[in-house]
Design a protein around this ligand. Structure first.
Ligand code: ZN
Length: 298
């Protein structure tokens, strides 16, 4: 189970820029992935079939009901479980829905390439690479719906997760990892150290989150990235943090409606993705998972 640097490097090299591109292009081909659009179900079907095609049999929808703009919708998270030697679970998650500047607009073209086709594409590629690896810990690859409508999917799944008594060891959330507009080649590692109670409900999990961030930080140079340390903010890790779990996030820093013209717009297209950066961040997440898995084998 011990993993040396060379073994890790050879696994990281399997991450394919071409696959990342294909996954992301496919997701952006849906006219929209707005949570009110029936097209989002088609996107979830595509994700689930993709995972099953990689050999993951324990892959299923987690259904939940939510009200959006005064109407009730049945939404779906996609869950894919990889059994390890133990039940301690590392969750790698991303939202697969998207949105326009007008929150209720479910008809306009909304390609959501960076937000968050990038995160979804990366997790599918990580799942592909890990399919043949035997890990100590169990993994859940999770794709949330309704994020842009108020973290609906992650709230529903965090509740279900806690109530089912599953053992969540660590969580990594990927939300916008396709273009570091404002600081080239730099990844933002988000830890649970926010001073605002609204974004840091539980204090007891902070230290482990910061330590987990250090593990990720220490592998950034291995994948050729610079890092910036920041805090979790407004994404799917928050409902898990609020239930006491240890979470971090990766992010490119481009969620700025004023400075980034593509944010939540019809121009959030694959042509604006920095493919080499996306490949590096995908490797970073994979390396962090491998590292966590081997640290605990001692
Ligand atoms: Zn997002």
């Amino acid at each position: 189970m011990d993993m040396n640097a060379r073994e890790m490097q050879s696994i990281l090299e399997e991450v394919s820029l071409e696959n990342l591109k294909q996954n992301l292009n496919r997701l952006s081909d849906f006219h929209t992935r707005h949570s009110k659009s029936p097209l989002l179900n088609d996107a979830s079907d595509w994700i689930i079939n993709k995972l099953k095609g990689l050999g993951y049999k324990n892959t299923f929808y987690h259904f939940f009901k939510s009200t959006i703009d005064n109407k009730e919708f049945e939404l779906r998270n996609v869950i894919c479980k990889k059994k390890g030697i133990d039940d301690k679970t590392i969750m790698i998650c991303a939202h697969y829905d998207c949105i326009m500047n007008r929150k209720e607009d479910s008809n306009s073209r909304a390609p959501g390439a960076n937000d968050n086709g990038s995160g979804v594409s990366a997790i599918i590629e990580i799942a592909r690479v890990l399919a043949k690896e035997n890990l100590r810990h169990s993994i859940q690859f999770v794709f949330f719906s309704g994020e842009e409508q108020g973290l609906l999917g992650s709230k529903a799944y965090a509740k279900y997760f806690k109530e089912s008594g599953m053992d969540l060891y660590r969580l990594i959330n990927l939300d916008m990892i396709g273009n570091p507009f404002f600081s080239p080649n730099t990844v933002i590692i988000e830890r649970d150290n926010n001073t605002d109670i609204k974004h840091n409900h539980v204090k007891e999990n902070d230290i482990e989150s910061i330590e987990f961030g250090e593990v990720m930080k220490d592998v950034t140079s291995t994948v050729g990235l610079q890092f910036h340390l920041d805090s979790i903010y407004d994404s799917d890790y928050e409902p898990f943090e609020a239930r006491g779990y240890v979470v971090i996030g990766v992010y490119d820093g481009s969620a700025d409606a004023i400075k980034n013209p593509h944010y939540h717009s019809s121009s959030d297209l694959p042509e604006n993705i920095d493919w080499s950066y996306l490949t590096s961040v995908t490797k970073l997440v994979l390396a962090t998972v491998l590292k966590m898995d081997s640290i605990n084998s001692h």
